[in-house]
Structures are given as structure tokens and as C-alpha cells.
Design a protein. Structure first.
Length: 369
């Protein structure tokens, strides 16, 4: 069996969305080591039988000196760990981990979970990132993408041609995220947004829409779950506190068990500007809730338009308001039926077992690449 080194930027994300893969690989007899910045989920990763190699770095922004140091850390890990395979997730592990694996001739697999704002927008930084990606994934045995738009963008720029595979995002654990009965609407319709609180997740539009809807309707409530990104705290924390005081928003903070909160809500709202493939929407559908989401790749794949969810133009409060009004105009039974249709959709297309089998297939025969 193989020694596998996993490079990622978040123990929390790895545990929440890929623990089934880790367990399956361990069950197959592979030895796993995880290089990741320290957070509260490192102990949970260790409890799965993985060694955690704390590797701190800044997830956001580009600092040439610090990023070069990260590449140096990854190079040292290749020599100390001597892995048979390296799996990389998220932008910096893909770029710097992929580059050192290429230099060190270590077989590696990249999972491009999203492009990020800098790469999606034209400009010098975007062009630099394309050059870096082209080198970093140039010798990857397989490059996984989570939506067709991201894959098409990269292939247009000569990246990962012929070695790419499309995954259904991170999938969803259909047992852990079980269907829950649609709750009574006697106390009103509860809208819930689960997000990291930052501009690109559409927090501004959600707060503005909530304020407008509360003025129009007495039977709606708006919940918000998620932690602040530190660079956004100063902008949004005072506003959210004021909206709480005015009875517009109920802010729940960081929530460990999102499913429990979703089970108490009626409609999940996700106004994000860009996604690899939204885990929030997959989990919402799995528990049987209709969704409202931006009409972007990474979101629209997770639901059937008009049957299990409604899409709207991103960066537009009016568009989000329109979607909220449309779903409020439906009957309770129609909203309940949309939730059931969402569950059926993810059962058919997004079972997390599909991701496990894709990785097993990718490492089964090195010669196939």
C-alpha cells in the first residue's frame, strides 16, 4: 500500500468534506499524513488515523517571500515523508505543492476546488497565476475539477488538458446529512444563510434583502450562520449587530452542526459570487430544504431550477429579493415538495461515495497517466 501526503489549507474543510475519503483510504491500507495549518479540527483528523504535520501559512493574498517559504516547507516534507502520492487541495497547496512535486518527481493529484477572484478577473495577477498553475499541474497524474466552467477555463489556457476529471464537488454524506421533515410554518418562514462572512459570499445582498423583506412581510425571519473573515469583520460586524438589535437578523455565529440549524429552517439562501461547488447547497438539499442561489457555475449544478430551487443574478439585491418573493408566493406544500425534490437530486448525482471511487481509480494504475 502507499504513503499518501495530503496538502490543504484547512483541517476543518478537510474533515467536514473529505473525512469519508480519508477513512476509505485508511481502510484500503494506505498511510496518511496531512500538512495543514493548525486549527481546532487537527485533533479530529488525527482521530481518523492520520498524522498531522502542522504547516502554517496565509490562505489569502500573495506574499512572494512567505509563499516561497511555503514551497520550501513542502519540499522539506517530500524529503522527510518520502510519499508515494501527494494529494493537493485549494489554491496555494495546488500551486506550490504541485510545483515541488513536479521538481521532485513525486506522483501527485490536484483538486481545483475553485478558481478564486484573482484568477477569474483579468489583470496582471491573474496572468501570473495562470503561468504558475500551468507549471504546477503540468505533471499531475490527475487534475480534478468541481464544475465544468472551472475545467473549461483552465483547459482554454492550456492547463490540465487530457488529465482532467470532473467530480460532483466534494459530494455529500447522505447518511450524516439525512432528510429531515419540513418544519411547521406556523411561526413564519425562516430563511437561513450559511457562509463565511465576507463580501464575495454575498453577505451585503443578503442583509439588504432581509431588511427589505422584513418591511414587506410579517411572517419571515432571517438567520445567519458563519464566522467572520478577519479582514471583513470591521465592515460587517457593526452592521449585523445593528440588524440584530432591530430584529431583522438572528446571527448564530460559527455553527459546528449546520444540519441541525438547517433542519429548523425552511429556505436556504446562498448568494455567493463564485464557488467550486457549493457544499452548503448540497447539504441543504440533502436535508430536504429548497434553496435560493446565485445563477453561477458551482451553484446551479446542485439543484433543479424551479423544482428544488430558484436561481437569481449575483451581486443584485433586487434579484435576490425577487427570488425570495417568488418562493414566499408558493404554498407551504409546494416548498415542502421542492425540498423533497432536492433530496432526490443529490441522491442521484452527489453521493460522496462517487468521490472516493474517483480517487481509488486515480491511484490504482500509475501507468494510466
Amino acid at each position: 500500500m502507499s504513503k499518501i501526503l495530503i496538502l490543504t489549507n484547512s483541517a476543518e474543510g478537510l474533515y467536514l468534506f473529505r473525512k469519508e475519503l480519508l477513512c476509505a483510504l485508511r481502510s484500503d491500507g494506505h498511510t496518511l499524513a496531512v500538512s495543514v495549518p493548525d486549527d481546532n479540527y487537527c485533533e479530529k483528523i488525527e482521530a481518523l488515523g492520520c498524522r498531522v504535520l502542522v504547516t502554517d501559512f496565509e490562505r489569502r493574498g500573495m506574499n512572494p517571500l512567505k509563499d516561497l517559504q511555503l514551497a520550501g516547507k513542502y519540499w522539506s516534507l517530500l524529503h522527510s515523508e518520502q510519499p508515494d502520492w501527494v494529494f493537493a487541495y485549494t489554491i496555494k497547496p495546488n500551486i506550490y505543492g504541485g510545483a515541488v512535486c513536479r521538481l521532485g518527481r513525486v506522483p501527485y493529484i490536484c483538486n481545483i476546488t475553485g478558481l478564486g477572484t484573482a484568477l477569474e478577473n483579468p489583470g496582471l495577477l491573474g496572468r501570473v497565476l495562470l503561468v504558475m498553475y500551468r507549471y504546477a499541474v503540468g505533471r499531475a497524474r490527475c487534475v480534478f475539477f468541481q464544475n465544468e466552467k472551472n475545467r473549461g477555463f483552465m483547459k482554454e489556457h492550456g492547463i490540465a488538458r487530457g488529465r482532467d476529471r470532473l467530480l460532483p464537488g466534494s459530494g455529500v454524506n447522505l447518511t450524516e446529512h439525512a432528510y429531515t421533515e419540513y418544519p411547521s410554518e406556523q411561526g413564519g418562514i425562516v430563511f437561513l444563510a450559511v457562509m463565511r462572512i465576507m463580501r464575495d459570499k454575498g453577505i451585503g445582498e443578503y442583509l439588504e434583502a432581509a431588511r427589505a423583506m422584513k418591511k414587506r412581510h410579517d411572517n419571515v425571519a432571517f438567520w445567519l450562520a458563519g464566522a467572520y473573515e478577519e479582514e471583513s469583520r470591521g465592515q460587517y460586524e457593526p452592521l449585523i449587530r445593528k440588524l440584530e438589535e432591530d430584529g431583522v437578523i438572528r446571527y448564530l455565529g460559527h455553527v459546528d452542526n449546520v444540519g441541525e440549524v438547517m433542519a429548523q429552517s425552511h429556505v436556504i439562501v446562498h448568494p455567493s459570487y463564485h464557488e467550486g461547488l457549493s457544499n452548503v447547497l448540497l447539504e441543504a438539499a440533502a436535508c430536504g430544504r429548497p434553496v435560493l442561489a446565485g445563477s453561477i457555475s458551482g451553484c446551479v449544478e446542485t439543484f433543479s431550477e424551479g423544482r428544488s430551487g430558484l436561481s437569481f443574478d449575483i451581486k443584485s439585491t433586487d434579484a435576490l429579493l425577487g427570488a425570495m418573493e417568488r418562493i414566499c408566493a408558493l404554498s407551504c406544500e409546494e416548498r415542502r415538495s421542492m425540498g423533497r425534490a432536492g433530496r432526490a437530486w443529490v441522491e442521484a448525482h452527489f453521493d460522496r461515495e462517487l468521490i472516493i471511487e474517483a480517487y481509488r481509480s486515480a491511484i490504482k494504475d500509475r501507468s494510466s497517466y
